[in-house]
Design a protein around this ligand. Sequence first.
Ligand code: IPD
Ligand code: CA
Ligand code: CA
Ligand code: CA
Length: 269
Amino acid sequence: MDVITREILFNRVRSWVLEAGALIRKKMHDPLTIDTKSNPKDLVTEMDREVEFFFASKIKAYYPEHLLLSEEGYGDTLSDVHGTVWVLDPIDGTMNFVHQKQNFAISLGIYYEGIGEIGLIYDVMRNNLYSAMRNNGAYKNDRQLKKLNKDLQLNHSIICLNHHWLAKNSLVDERVMQQLIKDVRGTRTYGSAALEFAYVAEGAADAYITMRLEPWDIAAGRIIVREVGAMITNIYGEEVGMLERSSILTCNPTIHKTLIKDYICKAKK
Ligand code: IPD
Ligand code: CA
Ligand code: CA
Ligand code: CA
Protein backbone atom coordinates (compact mmCIF):
# COMPACT_ATOMS: atom_id res chain seq x y z
CA MET A 1 0.00 0.00 0.00
CA ASP A 2 1.54 3.34 -0.95
CA VAL A 3 2.12 5.91 1.76
CA ILE A 4 -0.36 8.50 0.50
CA THR A 5 -3.22 6.02 0.06
CA ARG A 6 -2.48 4.74 3.54
CA GLU A 7 -2.47 8.18 5.12
CA ILE A 8 -5.83 9.07 3.55
CA LEU A 9 -7.26 5.74 4.66
CA PHE A 10 -5.87 6.20 8.17
CA ASN A 11 -7.48 9.62 8.62
CA ARG A 12 -10.84 8.40 7.38
CA VAL A 13 -10.78 5.24 9.52
CA ARG A 14 -9.67 7.20 12.56
CA SER A 15 -12.69 9.46 12.24
CA TRP A 16 -14.99 6.42 11.89
CA VAL A 17 -13.53 4.83 15.01
CA LEU A 18 -14.07 8.04 16.99
CA GLU A 19 -17.61 8.31 15.61
CA ALA A 20 -18.41 4.71 16.60
CA GLY A 21 -17.00 5.37 20.08
CA ALA A 22 -19.19 8.46 20.46
CA LEU A 23 -22.20 6.37 19.45
CA ILE A 24 -21.39 3.81 22.15
CA ARG A 25 -20.98 6.52 24.79
CA LYS A 26 -24.27 8.15 23.79
CA LYS A 27 -26.21 4.90 24.16
CA MET A 28 -24.26 3.61 27.13
CA HIS A 29 -27.13 3.85 29.61
CA ASP A 30 -29.94 2.74 27.27
CA PRO A 31 -31.51 -0.65 28.08
CA LEU A 32 -29.40 -3.38 26.50
CA THR A 33 -30.23 -6.74 24.97
CA ILE A 34 -27.60 -9.28 26.01
CA ASP A 35 -27.38 -12.65 24.25
CA THR A 36 -25.01 -15.54 24.69
CA LYS A 37 -23.12 -17.36 21.93
CA SER A 38 -21.02 -20.53 22.40
CA ASN A 39 -21.56 -20.74 26.18
CA PRO A 40 -23.29 -18.77 28.97
CA LYS A 41 -20.17 -16.66 29.57
CA ASP A 42 -19.74 -15.76 25.89
CA LEU A 43 -21.74 -12.53 25.69
CA VAL A 44 -22.83 -10.39 22.78
CA THR A 45 -25.01 -7.29 22.84
CA GLU A 46 -26.87 -5.31 20.22
CA MET A 47 -24.12 -2.70 20.58
CA ASP A 48 -21.45 -5.17 19.43
CA ARG A 49 -23.57 -5.83 16.35
CA GLU A 50 -24.43 -2.19 15.77
CA VAL A 51 -20.79 -1.09 15.82
CA GLU A 52 -19.78 -3.89 13.46
CA PHE A 53 -22.66 -3.03 11.12
CA PHE A 54 -21.56 0.63 11.18
CA PHE A 55 -18.09 -0.33 9.88
CA ALA A 56 -19.38 -2.96 7.44
CA SER A 57 -21.69 -0.37 5.84
CA LYS A 58 -18.95 2.27 5.64
CA ILE A 59 -16.49 -0.17 4.08
CA LYS A 60 -19.05 -1.34 1.53
CA ALA A 61 -19.91 2.26 0.59
CA TYR A 62 -16.36 3.67 0.39
CA TYR A 63 -14.20 0.63 -0.39
CA PRO A 64 -16.37 -2.06 -2.06
CA GLU A 65 -13.26 -4.02 -3.13
CA HIS A 66 -11.98 -4.34 0.47
CA LEU A 67 -12.85 -7.33 2.68
CA LEU A 68 -13.90 -7.44 6.31
CA LEU A 69 -12.98 -10.12 8.84
CA SER A 70 -14.96 -9.55 12.04
CA GLU A 71 -16.50 -11.21 15.05
CA GLU A 72 -20.24 -10.70 14.92
CA GLY A 73 -21.31 -11.90 11.47
CA TYR A 74 -21.33 -8.87 9.13
CA GLY A 75 -17.93 -9.71 7.67
CA ASP A 76 -16.77 -11.73 4.66
CA THR A 77 -15.54 -15.30 4.52
CA LEU A 78 -11.83 -15.17 3.76
CA SER A 79 -9.85 -17.99 2.23
CA ASP A 80 -6.56 -16.09 1.84
CA VAL A 81 -4.92 -12.81 2.81
CA HIS A 82 -4.97 -11.15 -0.64
CA GLY A 83 -6.05 -7.56 -1.09
CA THR A 84 -7.00 -5.09 1.60
CA VAL A 85 -8.57 -6.74 4.63
CA TRP A 86 -10.08 -4.95 7.60
CA VAL A 87 -9.95 -7.03 10.78
CA LEU A 88 -12.43 -5.72 13.31
CA ASP A 89 -13.48 -6.43 16.86
CA PRO A 90 -16.36 -3.98 17.35
CA ILE A 91 -16.23 -4.31 21.13
CA ASP A 92 -13.28 -6.11 22.66
CA GLY A 93 -14.12 -6.78 26.30
CA THR A 94 -17.87 -7.30 25.94
CA MET A 95 -18.09 -8.65 29.49
CA ASN A 96 -16.52 -5.44 30.81
CA PHE A 97 -18.85 -3.43 28.58
CA VAL A 98 -21.88 -5.20 30.09
CA HIS A 99 -20.77 -5.31 33.72
CA GLN A 100 -18.53 -2.28 34.13
CA LYS A 101 -19.48 0.10 31.32
CA GLN A 102 -15.77 0.72 30.85
CA ASN A 103 -12.53 -1.18 30.11
CA PHE A 104 -13.45 -2.20 26.55
CA ALA A 105 -12.17 -1.08 23.18
CA ILE A 106 -12.86 -0.95 19.48
CA SER A 107 -10.03 -2.81 17.77
CA LEU A 108 -9.34 -2.45 14.05
CA GLY A 109 -6.39 -3.56 11.95
CA ILE A 110 -6.04 -3.02 8.21
CA TYR A 111 -3.86 -5.44 6.28
CA TYR A 112 -2.65 -5.27 2.69
CA GLU A 113 -1.48 -8.54 1.12
CA GLY A 114 -1.17 -10.01 4.63
CA ILE A 115 0.93 -7.16 6.03
CA GLY A 116 -0.45 -5.03 8.86
CA GLU A 117 -0.52 -1.40 7.72
CA ILE A 118 -2.88 0.42 10.11
CA GLY A 119 -3.82 -0.41 13.70
CA LEU A 120 -6.32 1.39 15.93
CA ILE A 121 -7.38 0.53 19.46
CA TYR A 122 -9.89 2.92 20.97
CA ASP A 123 -10.47 2.88 24.73
CA VAL A 124 -13.92 4.34 24.32
CA MET A 125 -14.74 5.51 27.86
CA ARG A 126 -11.30 7.04 28.52
CA ASN A 127 -11.27 8.54 25.04
CA ASN A 128 -7.77 7.21 24.42
CA LEU A 129 -6.91 6.25 20.87
CA TYR A 130 -3.85 4.06 20.36
CA SER A 131 -2.81 3.98 16.73
CA ALA A 132 -0.01 3.03 14.39
CA MET A 133 0.96 2.82 10.78
CA ARG A 134 3.67 0.33 9.84
CA ASN A 135 7.17 1.85 10.13
CA ASN A 136 5.70 5.14 11.27
CA GLY A 137 5.66 4.78 15.08
CA ALA A 138 2.81 4.20 17.51
CA TYR A 139 0.75 6.89 19.18
CA LYS A 140 -1.51 7.37 22.15
CA ASN A 141 -3.75 10.19 20.97
CA ASP A 142 -1.24 12.75 19.62
CA ARG A 143 1.73 11.57 21.65
CA GLN A 144 4.25 9.22 20.05
CA LEU A 145 4.98 6.20 22.22
CA LYS A 146 8.59 5.54 23.15
CA LYS A 147 10.51 2.46 22.07
CA LEU A 148 10.51 -0.08 24.90
CA ASN A 149 13.30 -0.03 27.44
CA LYS A 150 16.00 -2.58 26.55
CA ASP A 151 17.27 -3.18 30.11
CA LEU A 152 14.17 -4.66 31.65
CA GLN A 153 14.57 -7.56 34.07
CA LEU A 154 11.85 -10.06 34.78
CA ASN A 155 11.72 -9.19 38.48
CA HIS A 156 10.91 -5.59 37.53
CA SER A 157 8.12 -6.58 35.12
CA ILE A 158 4.35 -6.38 35.22
CA ILE A 159 2.71 -9.26 33.36
CA CYS A 160 -0.88 -9.44 32.12
CA LEU A 161 -2.45 -12.88 32.22
CA ASN A 162 -5.74 -14.32 33.36
CA HIS A 163 -6.33 -16.69 36.23
CA HIS A 164 -6.85 -19.76 34.05
CA TRP A 165 -3.06 -20.05 33.94
CA LEU A 166 -2.95 -20.47 37.71
CA ALA A 167 -5.81 -22.92 38.20
CA LYS A 168 -5.43 -26.63 37.44
CA ASN A 169 -5.83 -27.06 33.68
CA SER A 170 -5.07 -29.47 30.85
CA LEU A 171 -2.57 -27.27 28.99
CA VAL A 172 0.00 -26.13 31.53
CA ASP A 173 1.35 -27.09 34.93
CA GLU A 174 -0.10 -24.34 37.08
CA ARG A 175 2.75 -24.62 39.61
CA VAL A 176 5.27 -23.30 37.09
CA MET A 177 2.98 -20.38 36.31
CA GLN A 178 2.51 -19.73 40.02
CA GLN A 179 6.31 -19.47 40.26
CA LEU A 180 6.22 -16.85 37.49
CA ILE A 181 3.76 -14.82 39.58
CA LYS A 182 6.25 -14.91 42.45
CA ASP A 183 9.20 -13.97 40.23
CA VAL A 184 7.70 -10.89 38.57
CA ARG A 185 6.97 -7.55 40.21
CA GLY A 186 3.24 -7.70 39.55
CA THR A 187 0.42 -9.19 37.51
CA ARG A 188 -2.75 -7.69 36.03
CA THR A 189 -5.90 -9.00 34.33
CA TYR A 190 -7.90 -6.47 32.34
CA GLY A 191 -10.41 -8.56 30.35
CA SER A 192 -9.75 -6.88 27.02
CA ALA A 193 -7.01 -8.28 24.83
CA ALA A 194 -6.90 -5.08 22.78
CA LEU A 195 -6.30 -2.94 25.86
CA GLU A 196 -3.64 -5.37 27.06
CA PHE A 197 -1.80 -4.93 23.74
CA ALA A 198 -2.16 -1.16 24.16
CA TYR A 199 -0.70 -1.28 27.67
CA VAL A 200 2.29 -3.29 26.44
CA ALA A 201 2.78 -0.68 23.71
CA GLU A 202 2.78 2.21 26.16
CA GLY A 203 4.99 0.36 28.67
CA ALA A 204 2.24 0.20 31.33
CA ALA A 205 2.58 -3.58 31.18
CA ASP A 206 5.67 -5.50 30.08
CA ALA A 207 3.98 -8.65 28.76
CA TYR A 208 0.60 -10.10 27.91
CA ILE A 209 0.28 -13.89 27.82
CA THR A 210 -2.90 -15.55 26.68
CA MET A 211 -3.94 -19.04 25.67
CA ARG A 212 -6.28 -18.34 22.80
CA LEU A 213 -7.21 -15.30 20.77
CA GLU A 214 -9.10 -14.84 17.53
CA PRO A 215 -7.67 -12.89 14.57
CA TRP A 216 -9.77 -9.80 15.44
CA ASP A 217 -8.37 -9.76 19.00
CA ILE A 218 -4.83 -9.64 17.63
CA ALA A 219 -5.03 -7.62 14.40
CA ALA A 220 -4.67 -4.04 15.65
CA GLY A 221 -2.50 -4.84 18.66
CA ARG A 222 0.09 -6.59 16.53
CA ILE A 223 0.63 -3.51 14.37
CA ILE A 224 0.81 -1.15 17.35
CA VAL A 225 3.15 -3.18 19.59
CA ARG A 226 5.59 -3.81 16.75
CA GLU A 227 6.10 -0.07 16.34
CA VAL A 228 7.56 0.24 19.84
CA GLY A 229 9.80 -2.82 19.40
CA ALA A 230 7.69 -5.36 21.32
CA MET A 231 7.76 -9.03 20.36
CA ILE A 232 4.54 -10.71 19.27
CA THR A 233 4.51 -14.48 18.80
CA ASN A 234 2.54 -17.44 20.03
CA ILE A 235 3.48 -18.70 23.50
CA TYR A 236 6.23 -20.89 21.99
CA GLY A 237 7.87 -18.03 20.13
CA GLU A 238 6.45 -18.80 16.68
CA GLU A 239 4.98 -16.31 14.19
CA VAL A 240 1.20 -16.02 14.13
CA GLY A 241 -0.57 -15.58 10.77
CA MET A 242 -3.19 -12.94 10.17
CA LEU A 243 -6.06 -15.43 9.85
CA GLU A 244 -5.00 -17.69 12.72
CA ARG A 245 -6.63 -18.35 16.06
CA SER A 246 -3.66 -18.65 18.42
CA SER A 247 -2.09 -18.28 21.83
CA ILE A 248 -0.21 -14.99 22.12
CA LEU A 249 2.83 -13.71 23.94
CA THR A 250 3.53 -10.04 23.38
CA CYS A 251 6.20 -8.44 25.50
CA ASN A 252 9.28 -6.35 25.93
CA PRO A 253 11.93 -8.15 23.81
CA THR A 254 14.31 -8.55 26.78
CA ILE A 255 11.98 -10.93 28.63
CA HIS A 256 10.59 -12.87 25.65
CA LYS A 257 13.14 -15.67 25.79
CA THR A 258 12.98 -16.24 29.54
CA LEU A 259 9.19 -16.23 29.59
CA ILE A 260 9.15 -18.98 26.97
CA LYS A 261 12.15 -21.05 28.06
CA ASP A 262 12.00 -20.79 31.84
CA TYR A 263 8.24 -20.77 32.34
CA ILE A 264 5.87 -21.52 29.44
CA CYS A 265 7.90 -24.44 27.98
CA LYS A 266 8.58 -25.86 31.44
CA ALA A 267 4.87 -25.66 32.22
CA LYS A 268 3.76 -27.32 28.98
CA LYS A 269 1.96 -30.65 29.55
C1 IPD B 1 -12.37 -11.30 24.66
C2 IPD B 1 -11.48 -10.39 25.47
C3 IPD B 1 -10.85 -11.16 26.61
C4 IPD B 1 -10.07 -12.36 26.13
C5 IPD B 1 -11.00 -13.26 25.32
C6 IPD B 1 -11.60 -12.48 24.16
P1 IPD B 1 -14.50 -10.21 23.40
O1 IPD B 1 -12.92 -10.60 23.55
O2 IPD B 1 -10.45 -9.86 24.67
O3 IPD B 1 -9.93 -10.34 27.32
O4 IPD B 1 -9.56 -13.07 27.22
O5 IPD B 1 -10.25 -14.33 24.83
O6 IPD B 1 -12.50 -13.32 23.46
O7 IPD B 1 -15.24 -11.50 23.23
O8 IPD B 1 -14.88 -9.45 24.60
O9 IPD B 1 -14.44 -9.43 22.14
CA1 CA C 1 -16.96 -12.04 21.97
CA1 CA D 1 -12.26 -9.78 21.38
CA1 CA E 1 -15.81 -8.61 20.59
